[in-house]
Design a protein around this ligand. Structure first.
Ligand code: GLU
Length: 551
């Protein structure tokens, strides 16, 4: 009996690894091309950090004409949820992060390096586990959960490092005969890696983000194949990223401390290890305390939040790049209209300790992004969002597309476009005064500010609509008429005049304009009033004024 017999007894069906090595050859890419991936678990919750990693990975691959793929890590069968894969793929898609290879829905994939779903790769892991057993580098462990518990307790009592290693690794010293006997007797087992590492020796690792780090070698005989025949994360990572020919593993820094183990596994399997970049988590300022964005406490930790709020994908990706590389902001300032594809992301410039996420800044980016859209784009995107999250608004928008586009066109397409929409959920509030059904169904609060005598207000409104307003006036004439009306009623025609001689006037033209604006929209702040009036038309302006007078 030797290791080969043992390996055959455990995995009689497993193929020789040369089969897979040939099936998944080195990729034929240009020099320097980076192959990278994200490897999410379909647990139903997609964290913004996952999207962040995806963005970084995809961008780095694209910049080097490499490959970005998605691998689904579903080996923890207990945590799976229905449609979990589709949700991941759709979320990534919504933010423009569709992969070159990988799963495209629950069951199908594209690309030659699949399957891209770990639960479908069982035979591959077993072939590689068999390969390790054949060389005496892995072995079956028959310890029961109770035995493992008792080992842990003893270690705790003796205040020594927990784990299955050295003298504690009982099964590593069984002879092949003993192992064979136990297997034949039907005992349950898992497969462990036999570590030759020593805790008192150090390994050096150069991480692309964290820089140079030293770690003790790994001496734990970690589990590589679980009782259900599926691999652990560590083993799957090594097998998959080898066979999928990943050049760069970009992942969360909770895995940094596993690097010694992973490098050791790559080495013992005879594979070239990838480069590693460990991304620090996105942080949040919580009353002066910097902490990780938490799935439990922060709604904005979920990617679904951004979708529901209707924060445009362009804003989310742009903002994430902003926190990935702090020089992005300067680049954006110098390249206002450039596509983010033109920004060169540098992994080495990413924050070691974790960048702060700032919702206010994100919404600011949203405003700028939307301000650059055409009215048609705003219409299409707002409608797309509303169909899902505000059906009533969708109906209103669909009823008269041409009118809606006019509304969205107010102060748009010029040098200083309006910047008042940060997300699609702002649209309703933003355009409601341009729709009688919305305007009339809400209780309006008319705050005329400086001029607040009811009779005076009524006089201004009546005179304006009956004697001054003409739909055919150009903007200059329109404004001159407001000045004329102001002068006629004892208000300064210019703000400057008023400031020089405040006692001479009741107030100034700006205050008169405010009266018109408030009567028209019930707001003190709106985009260009000339354009608003043009779109509403004389009859509706009149109706608005009558409504205001009647209150
Ligand atoms: N499934 C692992 C996770 O979600 C993947 C880590 C990796 O990218 O290797 O954390």
């Amino acid at each position: 009996m030797d290791y080969k017999d043992l390996a055959n007894l455990i995995f009689p069906e497993a193929k020789d690894i040369s089969y897979y090595e040939e099936k998944y050859p080195e990729r034929n890419l240009k020099e320097g091309a980076i192959v990278t991936r994200i490897a999410p678990s379909p647990t139903g919750f997609i964290h913004i950090g996952g999207l962040y990693q995806g963005l970084i990975a995809k961008k780095i691959a694209k910049q080097t004409e490499g490959v970005f793929f998605i691998r689904i890590e579903d080996t923890d069968q207990k945590r799976l949820i229905e449609n979990g894969i589709t949700e991941i793929i759709e979320s990534m898609d919504k933010f423009g992060m569709n992969p070159d290879e990988g799963m495209i829905n629950e069951t199908e994939s594209k690309g030659l390096y699949g399957p891209y779903r770990q639960s479908l790769r069982k035979e591959i892991y077993q072939a590689y586990a068999k390969y390790l057993i054949e060389q005496g580098k892995a072995y079956p462990c028959f310890c029961t959960p109770e035995e493992l518990d008792s080992i842990r307790q003893k270690q705790e009592q003796a205040k020594i490092r927990p784990g299955y290693y050295g003298v504690w690794a009982k099964c590593r010293n069984l002879t092949v005969e003993e192992m064979t006997e136990k297997i034949k007797a039907g005992e349950n087992y898992i497969i462990r890696f036999k570590s030759l590492g020593r805790e008192d020796r150090k390994i050096k690792h150069h991480d692309l983000i964290k820089g140079n780090v030293d770690f003790p070698e790994n001496d734990q005989d970690i589990v590589i194949i679980k009782g259900d025949g599926l691999p652990t994360y560590h083993f799957a990572h090594v097998v998959d990223d080898h066979l999928m020919r990943t050049t760069h593993v970009i992942r969360g820094d909770e895995w940094l401390s596993s690097v010694p183990l992973h490098l050791q596994l790559f080495h013992e399997m005879g594979f070239k290890p990838p480069k590693y970049a460990h991304i620090a988590p996105i942080m949040k300022n919580d009353n002066g305390n910097k902490r990780k964005l938490s799935k439990r406490k922060d709604p904005e930790a979920a990617v679904s939040y951004y979708v529901e709020m209707g924060i445009p994908k362009e804003a989310v990706t742009e903002y994430l790049l902003n926190i990935a590389n702090s020089n992005f902001e300067n680049w954006r300032r110098a390249n206002k209209d450039a596509s983010i594809d033109d920004f060169k992301l540098e992994i080495s410039k990413m924050s070691v300790s974790g960048a702060l996420f700032d919702m206010v800044k994100l919404l600011d980016v949203g405003k700028t992004v939307i301000s650059k859209f055409t009215a048609e784009e705003v219409y299409e995107r707002a409608l797309e969002w509303a169909k899902e999250y505000d059906k009533d608004l969708a109906k209103i928008l669909e009823k008269d597309k041409e009118y809606a586009i006019k509304v969205f066109g107010i102060e748009r397409g010029n040098k200083k476009p309006r910047k008042d929409i940060a997300k699609w959920s702002d649209v309703r509030e933003n355009i409601s005064y341009m729709y009688d059904e919305m305007f009339d169904s809400q209780k309006q609060n008319y705050d005329y500010q400086v001029i607040n005598d009811k009779e005076e207000i009524n006089k201004i409104l009546n005179l304006y609509i009956n004697e001054y307003y003409d739909e055919n006036d150009d903007k200059q004439t329109w404004f001159d008429k407001i000045k004329e009306l102001s002068g006629r009623l004892g208000y300064a025609k210019e703000v400057k005049e008023f400031k020089e001689n405040p006692d001479k006037y009741k107030a100034h033209v700006g205050d008169v304009s405010t009266v018109l604006r408030v009567a028209l929209t019930a707001r003190t702040n709106t985009p260009d009033m000339y354009e608003i009036m043009q779109i509403l038309g004389k009859d509706r302006i009149k109706a608005r004024f009558e409504k205001a007078i009647g209150i």
